[in-house]
Ligand binder design. Structure first.
Ligand code: DC
Length: 219
């Protein structure tokens, strides 16, 4: 790949598989920009709830996504999607948003918009981007693809420790079975099952592999 082109590290995986914490650590260690694509889907779900848009109606959600006024910003090496100049950082983590986000993420027009917006993050430089379809759909051309997973019992425990009670099996199923860009392991992705591994151990494995590949690519 062209060495003047930014490096994109794609980290996909199931819910509560440690994507966010690991992607953050990896980005910090490399000095890359961190992009949480789930937060972008959550922002649209929050926007629909705020504006009484029927999140069960794909046409209404697609129309909202066409019209909303957003901006990408990079603050402290982290990308933010703002709506009408506002960054709903806390709001998008609330349970009402978690309950509807998977549904909003099934709408093909929404996924098209997200892909375009996520690719536009290249303006900020080298990226560590986490999500469900980064290696398969958003940046299929990258050589740096990772897929994180852990046993469902462990993932449920992790969420509970964060005070979040969520049906992860249902969410995984919804994310894996949608027609548009479902969650799956990208061709060539390195799979890390981190059941029984600490966050430090998982990110050390990621970093070791990334650094070896960067070296091999002369980066
Ligand atoms: O990672 P998260 O829990 O914040 O993601 C929220 C939802 O967004 C999740 O149910 C799946 C969806 N999502 C997606 O479909 N594609 C992505 N690249 C990121 C998230």
């Amino acid at each position: 790949m062209d060495k003047t082109y930014p490096v994109v590290i794609a980290i996909d995986g199931t819910s509560a598989s440690g994507k966010s914490s690991n992607a953050r650590r990896v980005a910090r260690a490399l000095g890359y920009v961190y992009v949480d694509t789930g937060a972008m889907y959550r922002t649209l779900a929050w926007y629909c709830l705020q504006h009484q848009i029927d999140y069960q109606d794909p046409k209404a959600v697609a129309a909202a996504c066409r019209k909303w006024k957003t901006r990408l910003e990079c603050v402290e090496n982290q990308v933010r999607l703002t709506v009408d100049g506002y960054y709903p950082e806390e709001e998008i983590r609330q349970s009402n948003v978690s309950m509807v986000v998977s549904l909003v993420a099934t709408v093909p027009k929404v996924r098209q918009w997200m892909k375009q917006t996520q690719r536009a993050c290249l303006q900020f430089g080298n990226l560590v981007m986490e999500g469900r379809d980064i290696g398969t759909n958003v940046f299929p051309e990258t050589d740096y693809k990772y897929y994180l997973d852990a046993q469902i019992e462990e993932r449920t425990r992790r969420r509970q420790a964060e005070g979040v009670h969520e049906n992860l099996a249902a969410r995984d199923q919804q994310d894996s079975q949608r027609a548009a860009a479902p969650l799956m392991i990208a061709l060539g992705a390195k799979v890390i099952n981190n059941s029984g591994l600490t966050l430090e151990q998982t990110s050390a494995r990621l970093l070791q592999d990334i650094q070896a590949r960067l070296k091999a690519d002369g980066r």
